[in-house]
Design a protein around this ligand. Sequence first.
Ligand code: FAD
Length: 320
Amino acid sequence: MAEVLVLVERSDGVVRKATLELLTLARRLGDPAALVCGPADDAVMKALGEYGAGKVYVVDDPAIHEFLVAPKAEALVDVVRRTSPATVLVTAGREGTEVAARTAVRLDSGIITNAVEVAPGDGGPLVTQSVLSGGWITQSQVVRGTPIVTVLPNAVVPEALPVEPVVEHIEVQISDAARKSRIVQRTPKTGTGRPDLADASVVVSGGRGMGSAEAFGLLEQLADAMGGAVAASRAATDLGWYAHDFQIGQTGKTVAPQLYLASGISGAIQHRAGMQGSRTIVAINKDPKAPIFGITDFGVVGDAHAVLPALIDEVRRRKG
Ligand code: FAD
């Protein structure tokens, strides 16, 4: 079988869960291989091997660390030209999407973004997208060049399948054109102790219906009980109840967790644009006619201030 190349992403040096998901997906399409841009320590190799990467390509050029994404895209282009993978899988997100798009242009290949599923198909992978605020599901295939697909985090559950990876270090000539935007400073953000929104398999989100910033404490308690992340609608972030970093929607972040719980959120189209791909959607809203109920798997008509404490108690009780 041909290789399916996964671009590895790391957070604080640790391989992201989204990359392990791509390796799991790659196994369904061919032989999983991984590309590490930058230094690859033992922990990185161990994680990639544990999730089935039979081959690991390493491009450790200082330009990758020094400049914005262009050198990474050049590294990916180079490795694709050398190894001719059947498909390239990249995590959908700001960096991944830019790297994938640059790579597709350089290779003159087709690209499909924000996939929620990728399955083997005749003549290339069959890619499923959730589009138009979740109102439609489309299936598409790349018909030119090497299929490049960006996949939303949480599209699959990562499954370990340990192998001993064969490592190949590759020297890539990074062009001057790729060295035009230098990173001058990196400042780590203060963590919340909760999973990153993009990686979280549970997202508990609040809107204007929460009524106050303090009420977001209930959402934090529920998220902590479920090992999830907290998010908000734009109305709530505009009111200063939660930081803009956590806004979901057209002008915020896109998430596709296994479970998205929307509390006091009406379900405006701009909000839905950021969470429509979630596997299971639950809403708590006191208005039975709220549009959010049009896309929920489970809905609770009720006051969030009454429903959430009961839910938190029940989750804690069941978790022992
Ligand atoms: P509301 O629409 O006010 O809804 C509050 C809901 O809470 C209501 O359904 C109400 O019934 C319910 N409620 C009230 N009290 C309670 C209670 N005690 N218990 C339970 N339920 C209760 N929005 C985003 O979210 N993300 C975006 O990225 C985004 N981008 C936008 C871009 C543009 C260009 C524009 C024009 C708008 C954008 N918006 C975005 C705004 C969007 O149109 C909505 O205004 C916003 O999503 C509404 O937020 P909300 O659902 O929290 O508030």
